[in-house]
Design a protein around this ligand. Structure first.
Ligand code: SME
Length: 152
């Protein structure tokens, strides 16, 4: 099973990101940490808000679409509704934007600054039903660690 110790991962993230307020550096290492720790992933990275779009940020994985309109796809919907979206089968998500045909499940978590969504963390898996409620809870805490490193 995909048992990840999120407490330990969060401590690693705090140590890795502590004192690093540069968004590119922090997001790059954050995506690498998740990619090297969580099993069965094929893409991990950020889309960053710019005007009314999301623009590709630091990531690990295959090349991906560079821009996503606000409110479109899983990422744009998560950003526009300021909610985590956990999708068991992306092919059942209307408007899903397929960047890597290997992806079957996805979780997208908003990143905030001053109460506004400024980016999303997007994680894809080739496995259906890859992300559990425990994964969601652990990843949301990790994103809070990133927010604190960037903006506290
Ligand atoms: N599937 C996403 C697009 C980004 S890629 O998965 C890297 C979406 O529907 O928003």
């Amino acid at each position: 099973m995909n048992q990840v110790c999120y407490d330990s991962l969060n401590r690693q993230a705090e140590a890795l990101l502590g004192g690093e307020s540069n968004m590119i550096a922090a997001m790059a290492n954050f995506s690498a940490l998740i990619n090297q720790t969580l099993p069965d992933l094929n893409w991990v990275g950020f889309y960053i808000k710019q005007d009314e779009q999301l623009v590709l940020g630091p990531f690990q994985g295959k090349v991906a679409c560079a821009r996503i309109p606000w409110g479109k796809g899983v990422c744009g919907t998560s950003a526009a509704t300021d909610s985590t979206l956990r999708v068991d089968d992306v092919h059942q998500f209307e408007g899903h934007i397929a960047c890597d045909s290997a992806s079957n499940a996805e979780i997208v978590i908003p990143v905030h600054h001053a109460g506004e969504v400024i980016a999303v963390l997007d994680i894809d898996s080739p496995l259906h039903n890859r992300f559990s409620a425990d994964d969601q809870q652990g990843l949301e805490i990790l994103v809070k660690t990133l927010e604190i490193a960037l903006f506290a």
